[in-house]
Design a protein around this ligand. Structure first.
Ligand SMILES: [Zn+2]
Length: 364
């Protein structure tokens, strides 16, 4: 039986079965723990890397669907039992303000999915977007958790961090839930930085094996967000977008960069694209803030795609992005969990990713 730990709190496996009181109690305990450990300090060590985690993210109950709460349980167990746990500043989820969700999504869409979910619909949008009674609230908290972390990095309280939230977001369109996604967490955070914090150049790198159609469509006619994605060839892989010819439009032409990869490409091809395509493009853009759609489903052991990269490539991309952030954005970088469905593999990849962020933050 899988048990997960959040902070000092052991989560019982039954927690995701809509036990609201337990969720609230656990959140209160996490907040209390943090009130005891003021100003990010534990002993003499200042924590510079944030981790958004909250028991509520387990309550989007999708049963046996590949995108299920055990994904977060196994990652949290791995982090909790690692030597870096004490170096992570835990940030509980929080409900996003409606006006911030509306930075990307239509008000009518938000109302309609809330209505459908609360009326007991089994899915919204397409049949792969399974919902449970608390899905709407959990999705609001996924956006809010990401925003809380982004605000702390923007203010300088933290240098960088990971939003271990679900549901994921990069397929969600302005008016459509798609591909296990309801609200586009990363797009909302990018738009928040531009509209509310006056940033002018946000880099989003998406290395999930599936193209982030929702994120691209949110920004493809603008140049203040540079959306980059490496993914499996869209002629054979969901969602069927992300061709090399999709480069942005109007003022945004040249600020969308898609690198579709042949099935079974492997590490060598991915690393070549990193060195020869992405790093030069990122350097030329000079981002003021770096956001990552971190999907671990391109791994050779993942059941949902056929790209065959290993841990080496994930490490190289994370390190390169941290370097770019250090060079151009004072280290400001936030990553969002997207896909990744092999429960044996994703804890290891998420831990390695967090270690890279901690090392980068401590080197600034
Ligand atoms: Zn994916």
């Amino acid at each position: 039986m899988i048990q997960a730990n959040v902070g000092n709190i052991a989560l019982l496996p039954g927690l995701c079965q809509n036990s609201n009181c337990e969720s609230v109690k656990n959140r209160i305990m996490i907040v209390k723990r943090h009130q005891c450990e003021s100003n990010n300090y534990r002993g003499n060590m200042k924590r510079l890397t944030g981790l958004v985690t909250d028991p509520i993210y387990l309550e989007h109950d999708t049963g046996q669907h590949p995108e299920n709460s055990n994904r977060l349980r196994v990652i949290l167990n791995e982090l909790k039992n690692s030597d870096i746990w004490d170096q992570l500043e835990i940030i509980p989820g929080e409900k996003a303000e409606r006006s911030l969700i509306e930075l990307i999504h239509d008000s009518d869409y938000i109302d309609s999915i809330e209505r459908e979910i609360k009326s007991g619909a089994p899915f919204v949008g397409t049949m792969d977007c399974i919902v449970s009674p608390r899905t709407f609230e959990v999705a609001e908290y996924a956006v809010g958790g990401g925003l809380a972390l982004v605000r702390k990095v923007d203010s300088g309280e933290l240098k960088n961090g990971c939003a271990l939230v679900r549901p994921p977001g990069h397929h969600a369109e302005k008016r459509q839930a798609l591909g296990f996604c309801y609200f586009n967490n990363i797009a909302i955070c990018a738009e928040y930085l531009i509209k509310r914090r006056n940033y002018r150049r946000i880099l989003i790198m998406d290395f999930d094996v599936h193209h982030g159609n929702g994120t691209q469509h949110s920004f493809e006619s603008r140049k203040d967000v540079f959306y980059c994605s490496i993914h499996e060839n869209p002629t054979v892989c969901y969602p069927g977008t992300g061709f090399e010819t999709e480069v942005g439009m109007g003022e945004g032409k040249g600020f969308t960069l898609n690198v579709p990869m042949r099935s079974f490409s492997g590490d060598e091809a991915y690393l070549k694209e990193l060195e020869e395509t992405f790093i030069p493009a990122w350097r030329e853009y000079k981002p003021e803030f770096v956001l990552i759609s971190a999907g671990y489903d391109a791994h050779k052991e993942d059941p949902l795609a056929r790209i065959s990269i290993t841990d080496v490539t994930y490490k190289a991309y994370a390190e390169a992005l941290c370097k770019i952030a250090a060079e151009f954005s004072d280290g400001k970088l936030v990553s969002f969990l997207e896909g990744g469905y092999n429960l044996e593999v994703i804890p290891r990849l998420a831990l390695a990713h967090a270690k890279i962020l901690i090392n980068a933050a401590n080197s600034l």
